[in-house]
Ligand binder design. Structure first.
Ligand SMILES: O=C(O)CCC(=O)C(=O)O
Length: 464
């Protein structure tokens, strides 16, 4: 069957002439059920939300009764929640994704994976010097991804017990809260990828199938500039739909859409009059949360005294961040919504919000998008990855005492062995890409056209 996904991906990513976006759904109009039927003939349906009365609300999220969430008749299991964050509070998550998580030495970034140092503080360097733009020369612009929890191995396309970090409790808490509201009570966040995109970045069509548990939902949260997101089916022959994702929007891939092809063909440049999405502005009553901002951007003066104290405390203690320390004992998998954990996370959010000088983050997101992509890796009942059956080419795995020989009831078949490397956006570079040493080093495919269609690279950027 013909691939209809890739031609649409290419059409949407084209620059000259700019493509027609008429078929890209934008649900920001907050339509009710009747209007949805009128407009989309029943293809888009309001999704149910269940307020989790038994857990404390998370600071920075609107009450979930007021969220707008949509399901799609032809894409079963896919849910879009329109930005549920209270205005201003996405600042916390942007700061975590950009400042704290990449410099935590337990986490891996594309730069540390290529021989850089784990825990490099790209953010401080940028925040201390940058005033108005993120330039191609800024080392921070080379940051493409950070992995959390089980670190994804881009080459083997596997997770392993030997390469994992403690999962950040605030990210765990947020994703479990979202799961609870959307009716996925047993969800356990165990791995995440933070993707950093610039206006010329794209993410080619792929499926996320390396997790052992492929039934649990995947949560994908957008911050910063808007993007076009494509969702197809299990094969590229399924006609895809395209959606506009705005800052704060959350996609859930569950059910049959969990293993569907998806892609990001375009990051949209902001309108000149609104370079930073409006939802980053604090409400007047929350202004008191933020420190007085200084016009001296990029200098130490721009950081409040409180934040300076925080910085040096954290640097002394761990070298990366106070947030993990502040949240205290991290939660284990399915316990992140315990009152004590939510209280700690809430305190941490308020604390960060009150000490955050947002100006340099604003500079970054004026030309960038961040995606926080959270997955469950282990199936229910497992507390670690099963061992791979030695010498088996078919990728079968076993667990417990039954690790010898043939299949057993705990055997899992992974799709790695059959995945088409030429079409994978992750992992090793395609032959043509890997010939370009400079591109390889940066983990960026330097020649868009050469690599197109056969890129095994994650985020691509244009060469200029
Ligand atoms: O950026 C996005 O919205 C999607 C990211 C994604 O598909 C991935 O990390 O696998």
């Amino acid at each position: 069957m013909a691939d209809v996904f890739t031609p649409e991906f290419k059409r949407l990513k084209a620059k000259h002439p700019p493509p027609d976006h008429a078929n890209v759904l934008d649900l920001t109009k907050q339509l009710g059920q009747e209007e949805l039927v009128e407009k989309y003939g029943g293809a888009v349906i309001e999704a149910d939300i269940q307020a989790p009365h038994e857990v404390l609300p998370l600071v920075g999220l609107k009450p979930c009764e007021s969220w707008k969430a949509y399901k799609f008749r032809d894409f079963s299991g896919f849910i879009l929640i329109l930005n549920p964050f209270i205005d201003g509070f996405q600042r916390y998550w942007v700061a975590r994704c950009l400042r704290d998580l990449p410099r935590n030495p337990e986490n891996v970034t594309n730069l540390s994976a290529l021989g850089g140092q784990r825990g490099e503080d790209l953010w401080s360097e940028f925040a201390q010097k940058s005033c108005s733009t993120l330039t191609k020369q800024d080392p921070l612009r080379k940051l493409r991804w950070t992995t959390l929890g089980y670190h994804y191995n881009w080459t083997t396309k596997e997770y392993s017990e030997a390469n994992k970090a403690e999962f950040p409790p605030d990210v765990a808490c947020l994703s479990q809260y979202l799961a609870r509201c959307m009716g996925f009570g047993q969800y356990r966040p165990e791995a995440a990828i933070v993707n950093y995109y610039h206006l010329d970045s794209t993410l080619a069509g792929h499926t996320d199938h390396s997790e052992l548990d492929q039934a649990a939902p995947l949560f994908s949260i957008s911050f910063g500039q808007s993007a076009i997101f494509m969702l197809g089916g299990a094969e590229k022959s399924t006609p895809p739909m395209s959606l506009m994702l705005h800052s704060g929007d959350i996609c859930i891939m569950s059910g049959s859409s969990r293993l569907s092809y998806h892609a990001v063909p375009k990051i949209l440049a902001p309108p000149a009059e609104q370079p930073v999405p409006k939802c980053f502005s604090l409400h007047p009553e929350e202004e008191s949360l933020a420190p007085q901002s200084s016009e001296t951007c990029g200098s130490r003066n721009a950081v409040t005294k409180d934040a300076q104290e925080l910085d040096s405390e954290s640097d002394a203690a761990s070298g990366f961040s106070t947030t993990e320390q502040q949240i205290g004992n991290s939660c284990s998998n399915d316990t992140c919504l315990r009152d004590s954990v939510v209280k700690d996370v809430n305190e941490s959010i308020k604390h960060v919000m009150s000490s955050l000088e947002f100006k340099p983050f604003e500079v970054y997101i004026t030309s960038s998008r961040i995606n926080l992509n959270i997955r469950q890796v282990l199936p229910p009942g497992f507390d670690q990855l099963p061992k791979r059956l030695a010498g088996r080419a078919d990728g079968k795995m076993c667990s417990g005492d039954n690790c010898e020989g043939a299949e057993n009831q705990n055997t899992f078949v992974t799709n790695h062995a059959t995945s088409c490397v030429g079409e994978e956006p992750y992992g090793a570079m395609s032959d043509q890409c890997s010939k370009n040493e400079a591109a390889h080093k940066e983990n960026v495919c330097a020649d868009d056209t050469l690599c197109d269609g056969q890129v095994s690279k994650k985020l691509k950027a244009d060469p200029s």
